[in-house]
Design a protein around this ligand. Sequence first.
Ligand SMILES: NC(=O)C1=CN([C@@H]2O[C@H](COP(=O)(O)OP(=O)(O)OC[C@H]3O[C@@H](n4cnc5c(N)ncnc54)[C@H](OP(=O)(O)O)[C@@H]3O)[C@@H](O)[C@H]2O)[C@@H](O)CC1
Ligand SMILES: Nc1ncnc2c1ncn2[C@@H]1O[C@H](COP(=O)(O)OP(=O)(O)O)[C@@H](O)[C@H]1O
Ligand SMILES: [Mg+2]
Length: 269
Amino acid sequence: MKTISSVTIPKREQESHKGDYGRILLIGGNANLGGAIMLAARACVFSGSGLITVSTHSSNFAALHSRCPEAMVSDITDLKKLSKLIEQSDCILIGPGLGLDFKGNNTLTFLFQNIQPHQTLIIDGDAITILSKLKHTLPECEIIFTPHQKEWERLSNIPIEEQTYEKNKEAVKALNATVVLKKHGTELFFRDHEYKLSIGTPAMATGGMGDTLAGMITSFVGQFDLEEAVINATYIHSYIGEKLSKDMYIVPPSKLIDEIPYAMKSFES
Ligand SMILES: NC(=O)C1=CN([C@@H]2O[C@H](COP(=O)(O)OP(=O)(O)OC[C@H]3O[C@@H](n4cnc5c(N)ncnc54)[C@H](OP(=O)(O)O)[C@@H]3O)[C@@H](O)[C@H]2O)[C@@H](O)CC1
Ligand SMILES: Nc1ncnc2c1ncn2[C@@H]1O[C@H](COP(=O)(O)OP(=O)(O)O)[C@@H](O)[C@H]1O
Ligand SMILES: [Mg+2]
């Protein structure tokens, strides 16, 4: 497995506008787990997405507006609005803080019925757990899964202690998707090749760190080629985590998010 040693972020075109940097839809955040989708939304904004809408429980609206005024909001239970938002989006993230009850199940099912082949779908957190249970056929679009090891166990049926390179590769092939297997030494599985991260630190083992990565990946996919986007987002996430950990015992995800544009600038080609 190749190690990612550095990345480059392309310079922006002078003649461009927000519509050129991704129309993003983030779906998640129930009444108890609003923080997860807010972190994903802030990560998305700080990673450069042009237009972001968050479909979430309405009790999250005020906090979201206050923490992330750049993002628009929509009620996750309003399926008419959700269907329109799905149609208008380039990249869609579902999962952070979605919850595991029937509402989460219904939202995932509705998205699978409405997403189109030209769109890219990032499936994280509770959406992975729900999918593992419901066993829906995957929609015909590009899909990126971002599981931690337990979520990967649920999705692949490979117990954590048996998650070897060969078994993981086989399971990814069966899914016909990209998989970012998050752990110390995160592994990226593309269709015919794989990479491993040699950076990252236990200072990043804080709730919300994966929600932050999911937002970064979604944002980068809206701006760059899929493979480049996944590699760059994953590398820069851990790069910032490691950098901050030189002075901080733990790295709060919110602090990491603040650093994203500076790190992107430092890798600009
Ligand atoms: N502020 C918010 O709103 C936040 C909301 N969040 C949202 O909560 C939802 C649930 O997500 P989740 O990851 O917390 O729960 P779940 O899927 O049950 O996994 C945990 C189980 O897996 C096990 N485990 C084994 N290996 C592991 C590994 N490498 N990494 C992690 N876990 C590992 C672990 O083992 P144990 O800790 O018991 O040893 C435990 O048994 C999701 O939607 C997320 O977005 C959170 O992001 C927090 C901030
Ligand atoms: N010991 C560690 N070393 C490196 N990275 C870590 C470590 N622990 C956690 N991380 C990173 O933090 C993130 C955790 O993701 P996840 O478990 O989905 O968090 P959450 O759902 O709480 O947001 C992943 O990107 C993972 O690689
Ligand atoms: Mg997670």
